[in-house]
Design a protein around this ligand. Sequence first.
Ligand code: SAH
Length: 366
Amino acid sequence: MAEAATLEAEIRRLIGLAGPMPVAEFMGHCLGHPRLGYYVTHDPFGSSGDFTTSPEISQMFGELLGLWGAAVWRQMGAPAEIQLIELGPGRGTMMLDMLRAANVMPDFRRAIAVHLVETSPTLLARQKQTLGNLDLSTVWHESLADVPEGPAIIVANEFFDAIPVNQAVKQADGWHERVVGIDLDGKFAFAIAPEPLRFFEQTLPPQVRMAEAGSIYEWRADTSALEMGRRVARGGGGALIIDYGYPESRVGDTFQALRDQRKADPLAAPGLADLTAHVDFQALGSIAESIGCRVHGPVDQATFLRRLGIEQRATNLKKVAPPDKAAAVDAALARLTAGGATGMGNLFKAIGLSAPEIGTLPGFEA
Ligand code: SAH
């Protein structure tokens, strides 16, 4: 049978054929369906889009990450060739800002080969506009596993929250996968798989194992973090992951939709809204450690950016900016570092991964 014309119809068809699907499968179709997925049909960024990310808020973010990369490169012994890898580069803004900042260290800039990992053809085209005319090698890949081996610095901002998340619900007889089915009114609805997940509980951290009945636990089956850790541990490099999430594994349902910068029902409009879930930084750290990485942090974004010097950078920018732009620099600084529900300073966290022989990465000093 041919594929349906809308993603909603297509998911209904799949559920009709095989029964309710795990939350991660639903999320994967919504974001990544090759023809109808959100990232395939939308450019979600900017003030007119569904959400705004740190690099789109201010050039300061990418510039500080560029200097971070230069410092890590020096810690690595300044290799003559270094891969600068970004996962999920969005519009390419952060990489552009990183490379501009890298100009202050010409030996680093000359050593760089850029590798971008992107699955969305729409955003890939956008990245080519932003980064296509640079004086250095820039190669796109569908998966991190396709990037050639070698010493690497890897960055990922708001990448992991977009990776499909699995959910399990604790019941009297164990943890059951949370699934998406169709209710009596014909609408998509959450349900619980009848059989418990096998050999599941022993994989959970103790504080999650002890959760009360009805609790929801989220995890990602994706192997990007493992692959990131493997490359960094083996190639002697460093990696940086920034995203919103929690420092220690815990229970709670964070699966959500964002549409026009507002929270929406994640099941309501498949393929038309951005779907995300918070990132479990303890889980990321454990995965990296299991493959031999040294783990740095997590620290909150405000702390990380202040240690990299965002306040000084803002002051310098204001000196060269036209007077009417100075307020915008202050507003961006506040948005990136403020706490609370509206600022990104506490909600967002940074975690660093490195080869064991590399000292503390910049921004993670105690
Ligand atoms: N880092 C950018 C964009 C964040 S949005 C920023 O901060 O502005 C998430 C990005 O990850 C998008 O570019 C999206 O297309 C990409 N993406 C989502 N899932 C992916 C996957 N499985 N593999 C590679 N890229 C993916």
